[in-house]
Ligand binder design. Sequence first.
Ligand code: ADP
Ligand code: GLC
Length: 492
Amino acid sequence: MKILIIAPEIAPFAKVGGLADVTGALPKALEQLGHDVRIVCPLYGCIKRDESWRPQNKPLTVPTGTGMRYARVWERILPGSGMPAYFIEYDEFFARQEIYEGPWGWHSDNDRRFGFFSRAALEMCFWMDWMPDIVHAHDWPTGLVPVMLNTVYAGTKLGNAASVMTIHNIQHQGYCDRSIISFLGLPEWLFRADHVEAMGAVSMLKGGIFHATKITTVSPTYAQEIQGPIGGHGMNSILRFRAADLIGVLNGIDTTVWNPMLDPALPTPFNAANLPAKEESKKRLCERFGLRYDPKKAIFGVVSRLYEQKGLDLLRNIVPQLMARDDIQFVVLGTGEGELEYAFSDFHGKYAGNFGTWIGFDDEKAHLVYGGADFFLMPSRFEPCGLGQLYAMAYGTIPVVRATGGLADTVRQYNPVDGTGTGFLFDMPSSEAFLHAIERALELWKDKERLHNVRSRAMQQDFSWDSSANAYSNVYRWAVEARNGIDTSPLM
Ligand code: ADP
Ligand code: GLC
């Protein structure tokens, strides 16, 4: 099958969160299944180019409501594959360094930036003279892709392509002024509640949900949660309306990048058969985060965007109480809301040697936290899938997580009676419940034999992309057949 992936982020080039990890890894897994895959992303100012990047001579013409615009295409082979990734250079929208928000907040023209990108990415098919069977769009920035396929491209060679809209996070819905419709040259009648209109504005994501042939989200539990009034963030009724076309497919992990046997960020490689070598990573982690190395203390690690979704205020509230114990240390790597950045930086000074904070985005340090910590914390209020807990488990670092979304689907509760499980889960989004889960983890810390068993069990799970890529293949087949009017219900 020919698959065009349209992505606002792609690892390792442009990453804000897990979406980039997914769009960086899924194409490779699909290619291995024999699909012909191409991926398109904007060329942001933060993307570093070397001689492996090839500028293309042929300009990309992009029709908009304000006339034809011309962009330049760059080609780069996706690392670890033979597949071309295309990057669209258009300085007015993408030359700035940041992807969604700069030092002064959210870019006020994000609707035009990503609306334009969506249209340009579809125009790439004509530019390449390559018509996909499937166009796979990701999150609100590409929400207008399915809308465009059903309207301005409907009568063209591209119009037969089926679309798949993947929701990585329903909280972000791409609200903007209705002028985006005319800016992109789309029909004005789309401004209706059963197309792109939402609360008097345009929601790009809502348009995508209405118009996509099939909709996926990144875990089975989240697929249920978003159909309810709390998890749906206002999109629940439309998602229920389209429930027959909605499916949860769990993310995988790229085992060439997230693998303690191959990881250049770790001082010594290790695996489940050689767990004592993990201690070397713990020592390096202590050095880098300013902790006093003490093998008797358990290090609890965090690698996260510091936003309400991630629930790290629950951690902030219980740190003073936990720091009174003599068996615990913390490392926090993150960036986000000023209040949390300030609180964790403050702990770094107040509990010097036992609390290490690094404010910023640092991929190498992230690898070191997964490799060197003993436990990994994700007290998320909601979590569509979560990759942190998967990376942590792959590195023998035991997750302590809230039982929501993909966290509930991937972490199995430790049972102190028989020693089974792969981590610790708690239900209520409260500091008390979280504290109790951390205390349970510290009980396991005392029993080194069981700790070893839980670690090696967590490491030996298969979270590679293989089975998820197969699931996406089925969704694509289901979408192509639906687009052509064939009933495929037995397939799924
Ligand atoms: P989300 O996409 O909601 O942020 P995920 O758990 O799916 O959550 O993915 C987060 C990704 O971003 C992981 O690859 C994680 O390692 C990475 N990450 C988050 N914060 C940082 C940071 N401060 N520095 C480096 N990597 C980070
Ligand atoms: C989103 C979600 C996260 C998920 C990631 C990749 O950013 O918050 O849970 O793992 O997308 O799908």
